[in-house]
Ligand binder design. Sequence first.
Ligand SMILES: *Cc1c(COP(=O)(O)O)cnc(C)c1O
Length: 490
Amino acid sequence: MSCVNNSTNNGKIVFFSGEDIPLEMHKVRMVQRIQLLPVQERLAAIREAGSNTFLLRNRDVFLDMLTDSGVNAMSDNQYAAMLRADDSYAGSETFYRLSEVLQDIFDTRYFLPAHQGRACENIIANAFIKPGSVTVMNYHFTTTKAHITRLGGTVLEVLGDASLEIDSDLPFKGNLDIAKLEKTVNEAGDNMAFVRIEAGTNLIGGQPVSLQNMREVSAFCRKRGIMLVLDASLLADNLYFIKTREEECRDRPLADIVKEIASLMDVIYFSARKLGCARGGGIMTNSEKLFKKMRDFVTLYEGFLTYGGMSVREMEAIAVGLRETLDINVINQTPIFVEALGKELQKRGIPVVTPFGGLGCHVDASRFVDHIPQEEYPAGALAAAIFIASGVRGMERGTMSEQRNPDGSERLSEMELVRLAVPKRVFTLSHMRFVADRLGWLWENRKLIGGLKFEEEPETLRFFVGKLKPINDWQERLAEKFAKDMPNGI
Ligand SMILES: *Cc1c(COP(=O)(O)O)cnc(C)c1O
């Protein structure tokens, strides 16, 4: 493999030794200090946080792998752009610059700014959902579903049957099953509100949707006159997988692929906390009618139409960040690190979602702690245990992240995952090795991990601020064992 063509190899630099590890095509010019607390202090911190990693203080966290939202490293050019932001309530030049970039990249005429992804979802739900409305999607996201159900709508999912298998070699587990889509749409009849495709399907392990599947879904929706919405928050990772896993796209420029994707959709929205590596969001469409249906909700909930609740500095950074997203050496950063971490975990026998997706490495809690029943939140318990063992903050993506059924019973999640998110350009390879090392220790001591129960349970999106308690003293016993096994208790 001495002669590697950059275009067909997607820019990947190959090591002479054959070693397969990520290589960063950027250098680090600003750093932030982090500290690793001793295990007894980590134990105290997670107890104080009600065993909920969302409630930890950042100063107690060693590696923050909670999410990629708003914490990707920005480029020098993004910081530079922030300085020329044009602050005005109405008609800011910054708005026009961002609109132009969006129009350039997506070929869409109308842009509605909003302060983050869920704000876009709020606007879309207010414009198109009424009691009884049905929405159909590959898979729900927490905030998407909450906005739709709050207004009396229903969310139905049409993933392929094999998409929920943890061990898989299916390249596009995020694909919608067209037969299921058709059946579900037929049953919904006049209540059909819209079909939504979530790029980089978040809750099933950052799994991508193929361009071919988007074409098929779009053709179906156009034939049936149904609005098609793309959640492009995780489009960067998804693009990387389209480019590397979809044969016909290997030599196609990224800009071209994005334009085709956009041409298949009626409405596109995104969280710029993820796509564009800054903080904000927005909705794009080519339809004046749809634009006008959504517009008033922007001025009502977000702010004037030329900033939509965002800081103009962030808008400048988004504009540059979006352009940078069309570079394979930018969008590969999460997937190649996820793969590097995933392989290290696999070497230790730890069950992870495969194929490796975007967003983060997803540990299968249903097997890691198979002795904990779903009613005791195995993924939440594992996330707390990981923090005790490593100071690494992951996120529960399982039953805790579900809403209870209307009758108050638990809605058991289809997957129990702990997500170790890999924000772009933030961590190094030795950080990934540290995570794998500590999880290796935890895997050998997994029987010490016990379940959790809610002490304080909010009705909506309970995983954010709910407080839990361990069912017994397992957290103390885990910390004691760690202190015994590690020479200095760190
Ligand atoms: C994060 C996310 C959202 C919500 O975006 P926020 O900016 O966090 O409000 C919506 N959809 C997907 C797929 C996401 O990953």
